[in-house]
Design a binder for this molecule. Structure first.
Ligand code: FAD
Ligand code: NAP
Length: 576
């Protein structure tokens, strides 16, 4: 009898905490919770650990936050010893790193792979979560930590006729481990977000012909990726503590501006593009383009994200770059992002994307003007009757983001209320960490947290530390349940909406708003107040005895305007 069969045959197991997911969040949660003396069972749908970096094996997949900062900071020896080969390493290296972490901290013994959580019910009488899996396991846990990922439920649009297609198709987030042989094949990529921008140059080199089906051209900045030599690494490793602290206190979870003269320095964030002459502003943007990475350009001027006129200056700069690179003027124009401001969809980072359209074996098709009507036996038919004959279709169509994986957990809280019912008009949380009616359920990088607007590594560490330390603290004090109050949740959710209202962020059909999924409520889901501000808010909430929570049913009132989490956010924004 296998271990799982044995467990299934047995009665309900018990542990302190169930963790769902073994990506960056889940791995650290297992480590941190265990080191605080808690027993943990972690379930992971995939056949290996690594989450995003386990699933997204498509050619060209790599991070776009520099590796030396897109890496754990919780262990000084780990960060000193690990050698990164590139500024923006590719998926295999990131996956190797996460496997190394799993081994180094002996995490695998508490992780059950190829096991999906299919349900979780709050047992009021026992004060525990009963978690069930697709293998028939039943685990009773005092706390449930959803580390199930923001970008882990792939979105494949429901095109009519896909079953008739005689060729093969793949979603980028479920790319086969052994790769896909594209030699001599006619290939189409649907989607031109961050994934499409990464995969297109790679597939163009392999396929006989590549057709890119573009509905919305997004803005991209150049990556300027390069190998990291010993000197580059030493420059950061010498001052790692200092950089990490600055990252934690920063807006975007990365210390962009604090290293004058070092290869990491982007240059300052100037208040306004209009403080400069046209030539001066252009010179700054050129520098940022040459520096590479999205954050350098996006943060050149503080008004880019709040003033449409300033935004248009940078958007114009990107159009000029496209003109410089793309030889055919019609193709260049089709690649111009339009209909949404710069940065209102997550900025893409490109490595040869625009150049790819100079190749003879690549064509760009505007499926906003002529939408895909259906998939046929031989390829894709457009609404104007045109047929594109294909052997392979690649869906780079993104994810049911932020709430998708959480709702798929099929959770039922107090009084039989399901999370699906509760969030039917959009997610509502307190601090992105908990939601009322669901005691002892914690979400890592949940809706209304800053995670996806930041270097996720910094946010994930902060979330996991807050959650694990809170659980340990409550247990030490003999507290059985923690639950967000509806009042705190209301205030926090409204606060999130208010913070983003003055920015360009809600002005696109983005996955941040849920607009990429038909029928999904339109709510701007991330918190745009910044990582450093948010950290202080979370710490204040704990320092104030968990204000805004019911602790064993006893409501801890919000501390009032002054000193409250929300007041800190307002002050910080006023200063920014
Ligand atoms: P995930 O890595 O998504 O892990 C969640 C895990 O939970 C998955 O393995 C999933 O299988 C598992 N799971 C979900 N539901 C269940 C269930 N019901 N039962 C069992 N298991 C379940 N962020 C950055 O900051 N910088 C980057 O450069 C960057 N690049 C990215 C590139 C790609 C292609 C993508 C898709 C995302 C990128 N991100 C980046 C965001 C990235 O998702 C995060 O940085 C980070 O990897 C998220 O880690 P996580 O553990 O929270 O979630
Ligand atoms: P995405 O940003 O949501 O892009 C999906 C693309 O598919 C869009 O171009 C979208 O067009 C298109 N699309 C969706 N449905 C379509 C349809 N029915 N017909 C035609 N086109 C359709 O998804 P993603 O590119 O996978 O990126 C998601 C997020 O993952 C990123 O924003 C980023 O946070 C992360 N990521 C990061 C990196 C990195 O560089 N490190 C790489 C990949 C992903 P519309 O825009 O018109 O909807």
């Amino acid at each position: 009898m296998s271990d799982t069969d044995q467990r299934t045959a047995n009665a309900t197991e018990s542990c302190d905490v169930v963790v769902v997911g073994a990506g960056i969040s889940g791995l650290y949660a297992v480590h941190r919770l265990r080191s605080l003396g808690l027993s943990v069972i972690c379930f992971e749908r995939g056949a290996g650990v690594g989450g995003t970096w386990f699933w997204n094996r498509y050619p060209g997949a790599r991070c776009d936050v520099p590796s030396m900062f897109y890496s754990y900071s919780f262990d000084a020896d780990l960060e000193q010893e690990w050698e990164w080969s590139e500024r923006f390493p590719a998926q295999p290296e990131l996956l190797r790193y996460l496997n190394h972490v799993a081994d180094r901290f002996d995490l695998r013994r508490d992780i059950r792979l190829e096991t999906s959580v299919t349900g979780g019910t709050w047992d009021e009488a026992a004060g525990r979560w009963l978690v069930t899996t697709d293998r028939g396991e039943r685990v009773s846990a005092q706390h449930l930590v959803a580390a199930s990922g923001n970008l882990s439920k792939p979105n494949r649009p429901d095109f009519e006729g896909l079953d008739d297609f005689a060729g093969v198709w793949h979603h980028t987030a479920a790319w086969p481990e052994g790769g896909v042989d594209l030699a001599g094949k006619r290939v189409a990529v649907i989607g031109t977000g961050s994934t499409g921008v990464q995969i297109v140059p790679q597939l163009a080199q392999q396929a006989a012909h590549l057709t890119v089906l573009q509905r919305t051209a997004n803005h991209a900045a150049s990556a300027m990726n390069r190998p990291l030599d010993a000197q580059d690494q030493a420059a950061v490793k010498r001052r790692y503590r200092e950089f990490r602290q600055a990252s934690r206190e920063s807006a975007f979870g990365i210390a962009l501006e604090m290293t004058p003269g070092e290869p990491w320095e982007t240059g300052p964030r100037y208040p306004s593009v209009f403080d400069f002459s046209e030539d001066e502003a252009r010179a700054i943007m050129e520098e940022r383009w040459a520096f590479g990475g999205g954050m350098a350009l996006q943060n050149a001027f503080a008004d880019i994200m709040v003033d449409l006129k300033a935004n248009e200056v940078v958007a114009g700069f990107v159009r000029d770059k496209i003109d410089e690179i793309v030889e055919d003027p019609e193709t260049a124009e089709l690649l111009y992002p339009s209909g949404h401001p710069f940065g209102s969809k997550r900025l893409c980072v490109e490595m040869g994307y625009y150049e790819t359209f100079n190749r003879e074996n690549v064509s760009l098709v505007d499926v906003r003007k002529t939408p895909i009507e259906r998939i046929t036996r031989d390829g894709v038919r457009l609404r104007d009757g045109r047929e594109i004959e294909l052997d392979v279709i690649v869906f780079a169509t993104g994810f049911d983001a932020i709430t998708g994986a959480l709702l798929r957990l099929e959770l039922t809280g107090r009084d039989g209320l399901t999370l699906r019912e509760k969030w039917s008009d959009g997610p509502r949380t307190y601090l992105g960490l908990m939601t009322s009616g669901f005691p002892n359920l914690f979400t890592v990088t949940g809706p209304n947290s800053p995670s996806v607007l930041s270097n996720m590594m910094t946010s994930i560490e902060q979330h996991v530390e807050w959650i694990a330390d809170t659980i340990a603290d409550l247990r030490e004090r003999g507290v059985a349940t923690l639950e967000a109050t509806p009042e705190a949740e209301e205030i926090w959710t409204e606060h999130c909406t208010a913070v983003v209202a003055g920015t360009v962020l809600p002005l696109a059909n983005s996955w941040w708003l849920g607009k990429n999924i038909p029928g999904k409520p339109t709510v701007f889901m991330p918190y745009a107040g910044g990582v450093g501000v948010y950290r202080r808010q979370c710490d204040t909430v704990r320092a104030n005895g968990y204000e805004g929570f019911a602790v064993d049913g006893e409501v801890v009132p919000l501390a009032g305007e002054e000193g409250s989490a929300v007041a800190i956010a307002k002050d910080a924004l006023a200063l920014a």
